[in-house]
Design a protein around this ligand. Structure first.
Ligand SMILES: Nc1ncnc2c1ncn2[C@@H]1O[C@H](COP(=O)(O)OP(=O)(O)OP(=O)(O)O)[C@@H](O)[C@H]1O
Ligand SMILES: [Mg+2]
Length: 509
């Protein structure tokens, strides 16, 4: 009777135990899974992992560590970490590297250090080591986890990139041509020193701006070319030289030659333009063309002038003789007209002679200011009517130059006369002189007359080019040759309706 409740109790106790056992087993299974999980991570991870204690003794290492160091687990476990990793007999602090374990021990925190080893530039090695204390909150850690990442390749890559960047910068900064790159939206992303010099903008002013800032769309089809290229990745202009007009800061146009190339990195397209300022070259071409033209025309003119001279002398001489034997008033009048015209032709032939003959300059030291004062006196006498005026703005202390002052007078008179003719309604001609570096004089003759178009400017130095009814078109071509004979330069700056300035530069000898 007494046994029944006891049996019952025992049965219940057994059931409870069984239940507890099942729970424990389940927990154990969970732990086993979790351990497997950790082990998989531990061994599968790409970083080297070491489990060490406070005395540097290795308790566990992962597979990556074993593979990198070429050791077996039993060779690593139980030895000091520095022996295994560096084959050293002393902790890392001895070789002037920070020991992350020492620091983690003293602070109880996660510690990260970088270890660098350099045995010759080839054998450079860089490793980032992170040590985590493994301890429950508030307790001192007895174990530490060291995770190391070898960043040598990454560092080498950065070094190579930096070196290549420096080389590129060197090329960019020493290039005499402007080099600039744009992205797909035609925004400027690179602008070298020469580009700064040529365009007059600083890098900070143009980076991020559209290419149109430098080469306005209406000056050339570059914008279209680039757009088409970016869209279709084919282009006729890549690798070719384009002749375009560009814009300097301040709005001055100038001729350029541009070559385009493209770079594509993972879908990002960059277009690079190498731009040459061809202003000087174009000016030289223009001058050369002008000299060639002048030389060719000069030859023909010399020939014609020579052929005309003798018949003209005969016509003039016989006309004089006939004139003397004439009595009839009307015929005498007609003969006078013939003689006048012959005179005009003789003067023209003399002018042509001036134009065609080789100038033999009679040089001496002369003060250009004094020459100009003389010219202004003569012109003032001739144009004393009142509607025209002259203004001299002459630099004091101008050095004398070796020149032919009489021939130069002719240049100044021709140029001033043209200026006066350009201001039919009247106006003032200004003549400036100043020192022209290093040794020489610059003379500027300015009128506020009708000015000239681009097209006119191309022809004014050609002989017989004139827009005036009574002009011979020789004034400027003779002047040009005189200045050339002085090894000087002469050119106009002019806009229609805004007047003209002729600039003449003469070297000191
Ligand atoms: N200051 C000026 N303003 C406007 N046009 C000018 C000026 N100087 C020259 N020209 C233009 O250049 C042309 C050529 O000038 P150039 O002095 O050679 O000949 P010209 O004056 O016509 O004749 P001439 O032989 O009598 O001097 C002129 O006809 C004129 O059209
Ligand atoms: Mg003239």
């Amino acid at each position: 009777m007494m046994q029944e409740p006891q049996q019952e109790h025992l049965l219940q106790e057994m059931k409870r135990m069984e239940h507890l056992l099942r729970l424990k087993e389940q927990e154990l299974e969970k732990l086993r899974v979790s351990h497997l999980f950790l082990e998989t991570i531990f061994d599968g991870i790409h970083e080297e992992i070491l489990v060490i204690d406070e005395n540097f003794v290795v308790h566990n290492v992962n597979r990556t560590f074993l593979e990198r160091h070429g050791v077996r687990k039993q060779e690593a476990v139980g030895r000091k970490c520095y022996e295994v990793t560096y084959k050293a007999e002393v902790p890392c602090t001895f070789s002037r590297q920070d020991c992350p374990l020492e620091k983690a021990k003293s602070t109880g925190n996660r510690i990260e250090v970088t270890h660098r080893h350099e045995s010759g530039s080839e054998d450079f090695k860089e490793v980032i080591r992170i040590v985590y204390p493994v301890a429950e909150e508030g307790k001192t850690a007895r174990y530490f986890l060291e995770i190391s990442r070898d960043v040598t390749e990454y560092r080498k890559l950065i070094k190579t990139l930096q070196a290549s960047e420096r080389r590129l910068r060197g090329i960019l900064d020493t290039a005499t041509d402007a080099i600039l790159s744009i992205d797909e939206k035609q925004r400027i992303i690179l602008f070298n020193d020469a580009a700064e010099r040529i365009f007059g903008y600083s890098r900070s002013e143009v980076l991020g701006k559209n290419l149109n800032t430098l080469i306005p769309a209406h000056y050339g089809d570059h914008s279209k070319f680039v757009k088409r290229f970016i869209e279709t990745k084919t282009s006729k202009v890549m690798g070719k030289t384009l002749s375009l007009t560009a814009l300097r800061k301040g709005g001055k146009e100038f001729p350029i030659e541009m070559g385009l190339s493209h770079q594509e990195t993972e879908g990002d397209i960059t277009v690079t333009a190498i731009i040459r300022d061809v202003t000087a070259q174009k000016n030289l071409e223009k001058k050369l063309l002008q000299s060639e033209r002048l030389a060719a025309v000069g030859k023909t003119v010399a020939h014609v002038a020579h052929e005309i001279k003798n018949p003209l002398m005969i016509i003039g001489g016989f006309s004089q003789q006939i004139r003397r034997s004439m009595t009839e008033e009307k015929s005498i009048q007609k003969l006078h007209m013939i003689l006048d015209e012959v005179g005009r032709l003789e003067r023209l032939v003399a002018d042509l002679g001036d134009f065609t003959k080789e100038y033999r300059l009679v040089k001496r030291p002369a003060d250009i200011n004094a020459v100009i004062r003389d010219v202004l006196n003569i012109m003032g006498e001739i144009y004393s009517g009142g509607k025209h005026g002259f203004e001299g703005d002459l630099a004091p202390n101008l050095e004398e130059i070796i020149c032919d002052p009489d021939k130069l007078k002719q240049v100044f008179i021709n140029t001033i006369a043209n200026g006066l003719e350009a201001m039919e309604g009247g106006g003032t001609i200004t003549i400036q002189t100043r020192k022209w570096d290093p040794h020489g004089v610059e003379i500027r003759i300015t009128d506020r007359g009708v000015g000239m178009s681009e097209e006119e400017l191309l022809h004014i130095f050609e002989p017989f080019y004139t827009t005036r009814e009574s002009g011979s078109g020789l004034g400027l071509s003779i002047s040009y040759r005189i200045v050339q004979a002085h090894k000087g330069e002469m050119w106009p700056v002019s806009r229609p309706g805004e007047g003209t300035t002729f600039i003449i530069r003469l070297p000191s000898n």
